[in-house]
Write a protein that binds this ligand. Sequence first.
Ligand SMILES: Nc1ncnc2c1ncn2[C@@H]1O[C@H](COP(=O)(O)OP(=O)(O)OP(=O)(O)O)[C@@H](O)[C@H]1O
Length: 301
Amino acid sequence: MSPAIDLNKVTKRFGKKVAVQELSLRVERGTSMALLGRNGAGKTTTLSMLLGVSSPTEGRLSVLGGKPTDAKVRDRLGAMMQEVSVIERLRVEETIELVRKYYDKPLPLRTLLDWSGLTPHAKLMTQGLSGGQKRRLSFALALAGDPELLFLDEPTVGMDIESRQRFWETIEQLKARGKTLILTTHHMDEAERIADRVVVIDEGILKADGTLDEIRRLNRVRTMTFTAGPDVTPERLRALIGGAETAWDGRRVRLTAADTDRLLRTLIRDGADISDIEISAGGLEQALQTIWSRERKGETA
Ligand SMILES: Nc1ncnc2c1ncn2[C@@H]1O[C@H](COP(=O)(O)OP(=O)(O)OP(=O)(O)O)[C@@H](O)[C@H]1O
């Protein structure tokens, strides 16, 4: 089966500005991928090309085995982009109905209202919606055709906590139903919740690509937490572990360092009374910090 998306050395220029540079990426169907990067990294530009809204300056791309502009492909895509525009003087349910009519096998209106949390607002005129409600309407419209492939560009911006929660529950259901999800976000907890694959770009260039765990492991810093016995004083600990950063909360010690394995061996060799030891590699956020700091030092990720 053809991949969900396939980019082959795709470059996009806006005048002299290179927004995306020779990006090659193949994403199999059923994958949940987070496309991460700092502001201006080229995430939205990449999504726009995949949606057929703009075309690459160089390189080739295919979506669900065809061109994103082909009607047959377009019907199987859904997108929630950053800019939300609504047709004024229509009610929420009328707007959804209008979009549903475009598709052969749309999802039921009731399902779309329910999944987007808009059931209580179905009769509201769209121009009266709040920013967060407009985004929820945009979500309902993205799902109207029961798409195989869903693009979500910073989807939860402006949503309140409850809407966010409902949104991610729906996304998890869609993921369980085998949909392909391509997400951009600046909220690393959201990427960690949903992504099985993480792609990091910077200045339009691919910097890292791997499973969520692989990308997390790029983080060099580890956190070791343990309970210190009465004879383990801050002074004794400092003498053993040198400059590693420590924070004490009663007898619970949190130690942050790049070489926690070596420090743990030192503590055990010394016979230090420590227990309930936990070592964690840190999250995606720290991994991205590691990638950016490599960038600054001119190292490759
Ligand atoms: N239509 C355009 N004309 C000129 N430059 C553009 C255009 N669209 C994007 N760019 C530039 O291309 C680069 C990539 O922008 P893009 O919106 O893809 O970044 P992004 O990763 O989505 O950023 P953010 O996280 O801020 O949404 C930026 O430097 C941006 O200024």
